[in-house]
Design a protein around this ligand. Structure first.
Ligand code: GLN
Length: 489
């Protein structure tokens, strides 16, 4: 078959072509590897491109197809965020402390993808240890936004979002602790889904804040995200937070919003006073489209989540991070300082040389919040507020099927714009963080562009384990939204 423009094909299309033997997985691998090598110097989406692994896996896929197997992700290239272990590849978390660390085991999510016929194209850039909202905190330089190379791709999963947006790969894996799948998806004009906490195994994901972290898909469209989620979800005995829930892997087919009750969170609603006019207009147009397709849309007040989620998150996430990151001390793996003369110095120097500024900031905040004299005042209080936020969501879901907000208060911003102001960076996630605290599923989907041709993301939030329903709603919106398929690069 004609191999031109293979990068424009969706994962579903690629899989059909490979299963029906119209193209070999090896030829797909060669095509996407070439494209990744051509464009990566410009975009810096990948920390590493895994040529040998991709070709080896593709060959095995072709052998399985030749034997008559039918594989849900046959020959589909995957970009994997570089905080997930893929055996034999470097897993750096975009940190100097893990710069030369090679994974000795495989994550459950990636193993499931390979079993389903996909192959690994490479490992993508992120904010160091997934802490950040712009991918500028990577130790290996920032990733660029494919729509405008002067703008950030969002973060922390900026490399994965960029890879899908620039069509370097049809699917990518991201991790979302406070918005790191949805916000970069929004900045890069693609679909990003944060599943219900526990729906996807975190075994093999380098932990940031374990009670919030969740792995999910980046895709060009909802049907591809649905396909990826159906492969990666499911119970895993290696992850004690994994749920025993079977995600239904049917294709998406919702045609309208008749009978659907949509809540618009009043306090998170953007207006001309706090956001760009184009952003406000596009979100309002999206609300109109929901109504035209039959939904009943009402404003709803969520004072606790909107007022306290950010404060609560920036206690809980750093507290858990400070504990999770204590394992990097230069003794067992990762960077070891050559300056050390005593064991204590080795720990101190290895950590101070290996970690970047933002990671150090979080470790200090987290250690402080967990220290004996302050634990009750900060960490315990934050956990209590977190419970109130979850309860507020559950109450709202007694009346509504889905909640709607913008994914981010802005479109992609310029490099350097928030680097000297950590609080401004933290505010980027005001629309996404409440969802992680409550463990809910949420999706970001493109709903238009601003006057600089930068993508705008719409966020939809569903009750726990309604991930399928959420994808159905997002897919129906996608099919009817005039923004259509975004074009870039
Ligand atoms: N931007 C948020 C933070 O820096 C969220 C990061 C994430 O979801 N990994 O903590």
């Amino acid at each position: 078959m004609n191999q031109k423009d293979l990068h424009l094909k969706s994962a579903c299309e690629i899989s059909n072509l490979v299963n029906s033997k119209q193209i070999l997985a090896v030829d797909i691998a060669k095509y996407f590897l070439k494209r990744a090598h051509e464009l990566n110097p410009k975009l810096n989406a990948f920390n590493s491109i895994t040529d040998d692994l991709a070709l080896k896996q593709a060959k095995e896929i072709d052998e399985r197809i030749a034997k008559g197997e039918n594989l849900p992700l046959a020959g589909v290239p995957i970009a994997v965020k570089d905080n997930m272990n893929v055996i034999g590849t470097k897993t750096t978390c975009s940190s100097k402390i893990l710069e030369n660390f090679v994974s000795t085991y495989e994550s459950t999510v990636t193993q499931k993808l390979w079993n389903a016929g996909a192959f690994c194209l490479g490992k993508t850039n992120l904010d160091e240890f997934a802490m950040g909202s712009s991918t500028e905190y990577s130790a290996f330089g920032p990733t660029k936004n494919p729509y405008n190379l002067e703008k950030v791709p969002g973060g922390s999963s900026g490399g994965s979002a960029c890879a899908v947006s620039a069509r370097l790969a049809p699917l990518a894996l991201g991790s979302d602790t406070g918005g790191s799948i949805r916000q970069p998806a929004s900045f890069c004009g693609i679909v990003g889904l944060k599943p219900t906490y526990g729906l996807v195994s975190r075994y093999g994901l380098v932990a940031f804040a374990s009670s919030l972290d969740q792995i999910g898909p980046f895709a060009m469209n909802c049907e591809d995200a649905n396909l990826m989620l159906s492969v990666i979800s499911g119970h895993d005995s290696k992850d004690s937070t994994s749920l025993n829930f079977k995600f239904n892997n049917n294709k998406l087919n919702k045609q309208d919003f008749k009978g659907l009750k949509v809540g618009v969170i009043k306090e998170l609603k953007l207006d001309e006073n706090n956001a760009k006019a184009d952003l406000v207009k596009n979100i309002n147009n999206s609300i109109t489209l929901f109504k035209e397709l039959g939904a009943e849309v009402k404003e709803i007040s969520m004072p606790i989540a909107s007022k306290h989620a950010l404060d609560c998150y920036y206690i809980i996430a750093p507290a858990e991070a400070s504990s999770n990151l204590s394992r990097y001390e230069g003794a067992r793996y990762g960077h070891r300082s050559l300056k050390s003369d005593t064991l204590a110095n080795m720990f101190a120097y290895s950590r101070s040389e290996g970690f970047g500024k933002e990671v150090k900031r979080r470790i200090i905040i987290g250690t402080y919040a967990l220290s004996a004299g302050y634990y009750d005042a900060y960490y315990k209080k934050a956990q209590q507020v977190r419970r109130l936020i979850s309860e507020e969501f559950m109450k709202v879901f007694e009346e509504f099927d889905v909640l709607l907000t913008a994914t981010s208060p802005t479109t992609a911003f310029s490099f350097g714009a928030k680097m000297n102001d950590p609080l401004a960076m933290y505010l980027c996630d005001i629309q996404t963080i409440p969802i992680n605290l409550a463990g809910l599923p949420a999706i970001s989907i493109n709903c238009g562009f601003d006057d600089e041709n930068l993508p705008i993301g719409l966020e939809l939030i569903a009750p726990p384990l309604k991930d399928k329903e959420l994808l159905e709603i997002a897919n129906c919106f996608e099919k009817n939204c005039v923004a259509g398929v975004p074009k870039c690069l």
